[in-house]
Design a protein. Structure first.
Length: 330
């Protein structure tokens, strides 16, 4: 039996780390404008401004991916914890409470951030759902997601449904299929791309209400599926190793990088004249610079340690005992 919280490269599903890294990139693009207090320019109709492209291709596209992965990761953690302790849900409860504390502290810097809602929904929804049959969880996830899209216009209310869908996906073996040769992922990707085109055209035609209608979250979910399956396909090509080298370290240190990005944006945005401005074309370059630093640091760190610094602290609290950090120790 491995040490509590111990992990080896063989136990990880590497495609999930890469997808989590991709989601982190998109979330940074979404988070920079509110962190920098950037006002949204008043535009009448589609004019192709950078902030409008963000609404079309980024807003509500990566947040569902991250939420889905959280539910899926919850299920994987529960499965592995059950092999190491007789009370795996107690470990998960501590894990969620610790996440809530981190989220509450992060709220002080970034009001409206996701970690605190994740912790609350995890305790209220995911923990009880972990006792339910996977078919019931799947049905609940579909129903909750549908309500969030067609009644509440998406946003944070997507979280319960995406959590449940992630939990169900783990039960049906979806993560393993991402790395398994076959046409299933390609078929899903083609269908998602085909469905996203008319939805994006419609959203561009009503861009003024983007984020406040049913169309935005619906298009976001379909495009999120296209992003995830598209990346899964690319990881199987000759470009896969290069993509993995960039995205996997980001994904394995997602919590550390998510929190660190907030500090970097708050510290650097005023210095480059972004705070309070409408310089949206500068946002992708700024995000790229932050991500470059995080990729380099993440690769250096993960070459020496088994977990990111915040991930290690989170896991130590979850297991309520020291967890090996250095690779040689793990």
């Amino acid at each position: 039996m491995s040490a509590p919280g111990g992990v080896t490269q063989q136990t990880r599903i590497r495609a999930l780390d890469a997808i989590r890294g991709l989601a982190l990139c998109g979330i940074l693009l979404v988070n920079i404008p509110p962190l920098a207090d950037m006002p949204i320019p008043a535009r009448d109709g589609w004019q192709g401004g950078t902030e409008q492209w963000f609404a079309l291709l980024v807003q509500q596209r990566f947040f569902p991916i991250f939420s889905f992965l959280f539910g899926l990761g919850f299920a994987i953690f529960l499965q592995r914890a059950a092999t190491r302790t007789d009370r795996p849900r107690l470990v998960l409860l501590r894990r969620l409470v610790a996440l809530g504390v981190l989220g509450a502290l992060h709220q002080l810097l970034h009001p409206g951030e996701a970690l605190l809602p994740y912790a609350i929904v995890g305790i209220v929804v995911l923990l009880p759902a972990s006792w339910l049959p996977r078919a019931v969880v799947l049905a609940g996830g579909i129903a909750a997601t549908g309500l969030a899209v067609f009644v509440a216009h998406g946003g944070l209310l997507l979280v319960p449904g995406m959590f449940l869908l992630g939990l169900a996906a783990a039960g049906y073996g979806v993560p393993e299929r991402l790395e398994r040769p076959g046409r299933g992922v390609g078929i899903v990707c083609a269908a998602a791309v085909a469905a996203s085109v008319p939805l994006l055209v419609l959203q561009a035609g009503s861009i003024e209400t983007s984020g406040f209608d049913h169309l935005s979250p619906a298009a976001g979910l379909v495009l999120a599926v296209a992003y995830v399956t598209g990346l899964a396909l690319l990881l199987r090509t000759p470009a896969g190793p290069a993509l993995s080298a960039v995205l996997e370290p980001l994904g394995r240190m997602a919590l550390t990088n998510y929190l660190a990005a907030t500090l970097l944006v708050l510290a650097l945005a005023p210095a480059i004249g972004l705070t309070g401005s409408e310089r949206y074309p500068l946002v992708p370059a700024f995000a790229g610079a932050i991500l470059l630093v995080q990729v380099l640091f993440s690769r250096w760190w993960m070459g020496r340690f088994g977990y990111g610094p915040v991930e290690w602290l989170w896991r130590t609290v979850s297991w309520w005992r020291p967890v090996p950090l250095r690779r040689s120790a793990a």
